[in-house]
Design a protein around this ligand. Structure first.
Ligand code: 6GU
Length: 229
């Protein structure tokens, strides 16, 4: 999969050099290109923002550097999905991560300040597939950290990125429930015992216990994930 990221803070994406995604890049499963939006400015101060029409607090990202950058990135005609991370987007979840993992190329556009001039999104949508995506009901200072989260969620779903693909089917949200609690050695730690059923060797009993725990945890912390009774 090819990823392009447009940002005024390319340094954020050093995080993609490490761990599983770093390995996926070295092995050629992930091809990441980070672009500095300021390279498409032509004034001495490399200006990317301006005051909002209609007034109000904060600054808005100017359309011209975005237009020039996206013209160059979309010239290839390989039908990428262009993603604008924004708290005003559609909610990101595991199903969305799976859809993105099926794409050949993603282009991420990181806004800062009060966002990007809306005409950039509209102009891009006139010649490419566009998704405005939110991580949830809270506000980040910019799209960079959101893109890191999305890329990690998507990257780990790509075939070959995770050594043991079974770990993908056992985790939270895979069966619509939160994950059951996990334990490792020692069997007793600070007088707390690992549940006996997990040491019983009875695989059926272990599976039933884990399902019960997953249900109980989901009822307690995320009842919205369960079907209405
Ligand atoms: Cl995707 N971007 C920003 N700036 N803030 C957010 C977000 C995204 N998702 C939640 N808050």
């Amino acid at each position: 999969m090819r990823l392009d990221v447009v940002t005024i803070f390319p340094e954020f994406f050093a995080a993609l050099d490490v761990s599983l995604l770093g390995k996926a890049r070295t092995s050629g499963l992930l091809d990441v290109h980070v672009h500095d939006l300021r390279d498409a400015t032509h004034d001495r101060h490399r200006t990317v923002d301006d005051t909002p029409y209609g007034g109000g607090a904060g600054m808005v990202m100017k359309p011209e550097p975005w237009g020039e950058t996206l013209d160059a990135l979309l010239a290839d005609d390989d039908d990428p999905l262009v993603v604008f991370p924004t708290p005003a987007g559609t909610p990101f979840d595991q199903a969305a991560a799976k859809r993105l993992a099926g794409e050949r190329r993603l282009v991420f556009c990181c806004g800062r300040y009060e966002g990007i001039d809306q005409r950039v999104v509209d102009d891009t949508a006139s010649r490419a597939r566009v998704a405005e995506i939110s991580l949830g009901d809270f506000v980040l200072n910019g799209g960079e950290v959101a893109v890191l989260a999305i890329v990690e969620a998507v990257g780990r779903l790509l075939p070959g990125v995770i050594g043991n693909p079974e770990s993908l089917t056992e985790e939270s949200h895979e069966d619509g429930l939160l994950e059951y609690p996990s334990y490792t050695k020692p069997a007793v730690w600070r007088e707390r015992e690992v549940p006996a059923v997990l040491r019983s060797g009875d695989h059926g009993a272990v599976a039933r216990w884990r399902h019960e725990q997953a249900l109980e945890r989901t009822r307690r912390v995320r009842p919205d994930l369960l079907p209405p009774e």
